[in-house]
Write a new protein. Structure first.
Lengths: 126, 139
């Protein structure tokens, strides 16, 4: 998974890797989506951000193939922020797909790394 | 021997223009021809199901909300997801793979959908024609 996060997202947006005029915008949107993923419990607990094309997916996701949908999710959310569709139908469909990915990633995270919000604390009494 | 041709997205992808895709998908039905008849309740139940509505969004996103998936023909009103191979009540009752497989589905506008069913190419959307100097005729 040594694929650059920025380059692969640009590719799916239809932007050539060598065309860098919009890199600052895309990096900003990718970081926003990575922040959302962090709130869902995906990726490093301390958060993750990219600055250029050197950051790869493995840095963010590790090697777990069950998290591969994160790439599509990042594309969908960045597309909606950077290049929103001109028709409401497509906007609705892309949003629905992104929401499904969010639900599935959340379900995966709950299944593998659920944290009890009200843990039982056992204290030794006198 | 009866030969049935199955239409599929992967074959249609090699056709780049709207007209080519229309010809490929055209069914040439007749107005008033019965489709579901008295089994229409099955059809209605299917098209309002959660599974179909979820799949519909997937197909629209794949085709970029464009008529027959052709870039430049964005659909702004009346979007439909069309079964390339006509389905019947028995397909729905038996939950055949073909009714839920995106390989056999395509995004269309209402007019193009009618054109496909009735073989009327005049209903197809016209390509964008930019106005030019001295062009005194409105669209």
């Amino acid at each position: 998974m040594q694929t650059s996060i920025l380059t692969s997202t640009k590719k799916t947006l239809g932007i050539d890797a060598t065309y860098t005029a919009f890199d600052a915008d895309i990096v900003m949107h990718i970081n926003s989506v990575l922040a959302t993923l962090n709130q869902l419990g995906i990726g490093p607990a301390q958060g993750f951000m990219i600055e250029d094309e050197t950051a790869v997916w493995a840095d963010f996701l590790g090697t777990d193939p069950r998290l591969n949908s994160v790439k599509s999710y990042v594309y969908l959310r960045v597309r909606l922020l950077f290049d929103p569709p001109t028709t409401s139908y497509l906007m609705e469909s892309l949003n629905r797909q992104a929401q499904e990915f969010e639900w599935r990633l959340n379900a995966f995270r709950e299944d593998t790394a659920w944290t009890d919000p009200n843990p039982i604390v056992v204290e030794e009494g006198p | 021997m009866t030969v049935i041709t199955i239409k599929a997205y992967r074959f249609m992808q090699s056709l780049t223009t709207l007209e080519e895709r229309f010809k490929y998908l055209s069914l040439g039905g007749r107005i008033g021809e019965q489709t579901f008849g008295f089994d229409r309740y099955i059809n209605q139940r299917f098209y309002t199901s959660r599974e179909w509505r979820d799949l519909r969004h997937h197909v629209i996103a794949r085709d970029n909300g464009c008529d027959l998936g052709v870039e430049g023909y964005e659909i702004h009103n009346g979007i439909l997801v069309h079964h390339m191979n006509p389905i019947g009540a028995h397909d729905i009752a038996n939950a055949e793979d073909s009714i839920f497989n995106p390989e056999f589905l395509i995004t269309t506008s209402l007019k193009t959908h009618n054109a496909i069913h009735y073989g009327d190419a005049t209903l197809l959307p016209k390509p964008y024609k930019p106005r030019q100097r001295g062009d005194t005729q409105l669209w």
